[in-house]
Design a binder for this molecule. Structure first.
Ligand code: ZN
Length: 249
């Protein structure tokens, strides 16, 4: 069996991360990959960095990770994200910041798939891929059949016919959450967010890739969201961050 658990946008949510790791191990995953945004928004950035660092799995950096290790004033983000990031900057150790700084923007450590936080065409610009048209730019740079990404916090599967990036289909995930990879197609898959889902479902999201059966499944896991919310309030982070977790928005 070769099952890979791919997760990202953890955003300092320790309870959600632990739930995802437990669930994926129960489902027989032996390999792991992280799509970045380990920190930001929630109250356990340092603990989440420690876990990912100790797992020693392929990991790419996200925009919140980059901001959290910076020293420049936080510009261009909403006030709630800014408040959480300046708090996060205080929480991370110098050693943790150095580890984050060394993370790549794209990882090809696993032969079967690539990893990127936002999009392959310009990983540093942190573009939000929200539809098939926007996904087509990323497909132009996708060499492997499979690439996983996050950033929007909404699970989504984009499919490209053969090598033509123009023919990109956009699958909105409803009840059907498992896809069989057809050999002549390419897939650009958003695994959703572990620590702050925004698709109306509060449960932590991640993906399992079964390399033998050639399937990708989006999985949702319940976690102790009340505890996570309490920690946000206790840390003095904006209350809005606790509210949105419960609504999955
Ligand atoms: Zn994120």
């Amino acid at each position: 069996m070769s099952n890979y658990a791919i997760f990202g946008d953890i955003h300092g949510n320790l309870e959600a991360l632990q739930a995802v790791l437990h669930d994926s191990e129960q489902r027989g995953c032996q390999h792991f990959a992280c799509l970045g945004d380990i920190v930001g928004y929630n109250a356990n950035p340092s603990e989440c960095v420690d876990i990912i660092q100790s797992m020693n799995c392929p990991t790419v950096k996200g925009n919140h990770d980059v901001e959290a290790i910076g020293i420049a004033p936080l510009l261009g983000m909403n006030p709630v994200a800014t408040a959480a990031l300046s708090w996060t900057r205080e929480m991370l150790s110098l050693e943790q910041k150095t580890w984050i700084r060394r993370l790549p923007l794209v990882s090809d450590k696993y032969p079967d798939f690539s990893l990127v936080h936002a999009s392959l065409d310009s990983p540093k610009l942190w573009n939000y891929i929200l539809n098939a048209h926007e996904a087509s730019s990323s497909f132009r740079k996708q060499i492997k059949q499979l690439c996983f990404h996050g950033h929007t916090h909404v699970p989504q599967i984009y499919i490209s016919d053969t090598l033509s990036a123009a023919n990109t289909a956009d699958i909105k995930l409803g009840k059907e959450t498992k896809v069989f990879l057809e050999p002549d197609k390419r897939y650009f898959i958003n695994v959703g967010s572990t620590g702050q889902p925004r698709d109306g479902d509060w449960r932590a999201s991640y993906a399992i890739f079964d390399s033998e059966n050639r399937t990708v499944e989006i999985c949702r896991v319940e976690y102790d969201v009340v505890l996570t919310q309490k920690k946000i309030i206790d840390a003095g982070l904006p209350e809005r961050l606790a509210e949105r977790l419960g609504a999955g928005r």
